[in-house]
Design a protein around this ligand. Structure first.
Ligand code: SF4
Length: 378
């Protein structure tokens, strides 16, 4: 059983038009200082509660960790390592926005031990980046990849977005080909989700947001499978493709329903059978840490059947699939639905394991909804 550590950095230089994450574009030194003091309190509290936990992966996400200064990153690194053990040889990822940071910062991070960068490329068309409210150009993605490699970090994962307003099949295909040309170790696909409080949410409310249709969207997804697997990438999770040996170890912890500690505003943790969120938003997080109010905002202690249901749902996302025999407590109605989905060729059972078919992968959200219909958890 592996265990991961996630640290959420809630700062971005600007807000993207679709962003609903816990992040702020207010970068005042006072707020940053408050945040880092609060984070140290939370780390200290986690150490008091759990002892010196040992982690197999560390993931700095956000927000935009790449907007931290070298001094902030070093201080965070030292605090984490003073309170917990991060195993030798761990995968240590930092999310990075193209255009952020120079060679000096990347070299400093590599020297600290960061060995994987998740680069939020999203698209290789300037017009689409502008539409998304991203603050860089395609040339900045290329130059970031070059700087990351020069710093000695060779494990680079690229994010690409589908279902962007105005995005055409050819645009997406070109982005896929560019990921290959850049020799990304992993390509992660994200469907644009529209949330009400975002710029896109407001446009949608006014009837002014036009997303690609379902057929076009499905065509892009199938193209990703064809292009990336054709180039030797393993389609190891519904939305993730990696070169052999480069599947994200941290994300595999989530998909295998193993333990993780999440620090920072909005972060979730799953430890000792309990899933919880300490604080939902940044203001609340600061107030709670400053007042030493350590009660969680949300928490669920999972029953054995609930744990099995979650493990089945997350495990189904993986190419390796799941062996139904390993789920003795799962409800009969879920098993019955799994069989129905196999009959409809959305899932398939091979060598004792159930997994998605390619058609099922595209319809995965509906499949999960069907599996979890209200009598799903016994
Ligand atoms: S970079 Fe990511 S977290 Fe920051 S505003 Fe854009 S989508 Fe949100």
């Amino acid at each position: 059983m592996l265990r991961g550590l996630y640290v959420h950095i809630p700062f971005c230089r600007t807000r993207c038009h679709y962003c609903h994450f816990v992040t702020t574009a207010e970068l005042s030194p006072v707020l940053r200082e408050r945040f880092f003091i609060a984070l140290k309190h939370e780390i200290h509290e986690a150490r008091r509660r759990y002892g010196s936990l040992c982690f197999d992966t560390l993931y700095l996400g956000g927000g935009t960790p790449s907007c931290l200064s070298i001094a902030e990153m070093t201080d965070l690194w030292e605090t984490v390592h003073a309170h917990f053990k991060v195993k030798e040889g761990s995968e240590v990822t930092c999310e990075w926005n193209p255009g952020d940071g120079d060679e000096e910062k990347l070299a400093a991070l590599a020297a600290l031990g960061i060995n994987r960068i998740s680069l939020g490329a999203q698209s290789f068309q300037d017009s689409i980046l502008k539409r998304l409210g991203r603050r860089y150009l395609v040339k900045d993605i290329f130059s970031s990849v070059e700087k990351i490699r020069t710093a000695g970090i060779s494990n680079i994962s690229l994010d690409l977005m589908l279902r962007v307003p105005g995005q055409k099949f050819e645009d997406f295909h070109h982005s896929l080909e560019t990921c290959l040309a850049l020799q990304a170790s992993q390509v992660s696909l994200y469907d644009l989700e529209v949330h009400p409080q975002t710029v896109f949410g407001k446009l949608q409310g006014q009837g002014r947001l036009h997303l690609p249709g379902e057929e076009e969207h499905a065509g892009m997804y199938q193209d990703a499978i064809k292009v990336l697997t054709g180039a030797g990438y393993e389609h190891y999770e519904i939305s993730n493709f990696s070169k052999a040996g480069f599947a994200s170890r941290h994300n595999l912890i989530y998909w295998r329903n193993q333990e993780y500690l999440g620090l920072g505003p909005g972060a979730f943790s799953y430890l000792n059978g309990m899933r919880y969120q300490f604080a939902e938003g940044l203001d609340r997080y600061l107030q709670k840490c400053e007042g030493a109010v350590w009660r969680n905002d949300q928490q669920d202690v999972l029953s054995d059947a609930e744990k099995e249901t979650e493990t089945l749902m997350t495990g189904l996302r993986l190419r390796e699939g799941i062996a139904l025999s390993e789920f003795p407590k799962i409800s009969g109605s879920i098993l019955k639905r799994v069989k129905e989905l196999c009959d409809e060729e959305l899932l398939e059972e091979k060598t004792g394991k159930v997994r998605f078919t390619d058609r099922g992968k595209f319809l995965s959200e509906s499949v999960f909804g069907f599996l979890l219909q209200k009598d799903g958890i016994s």
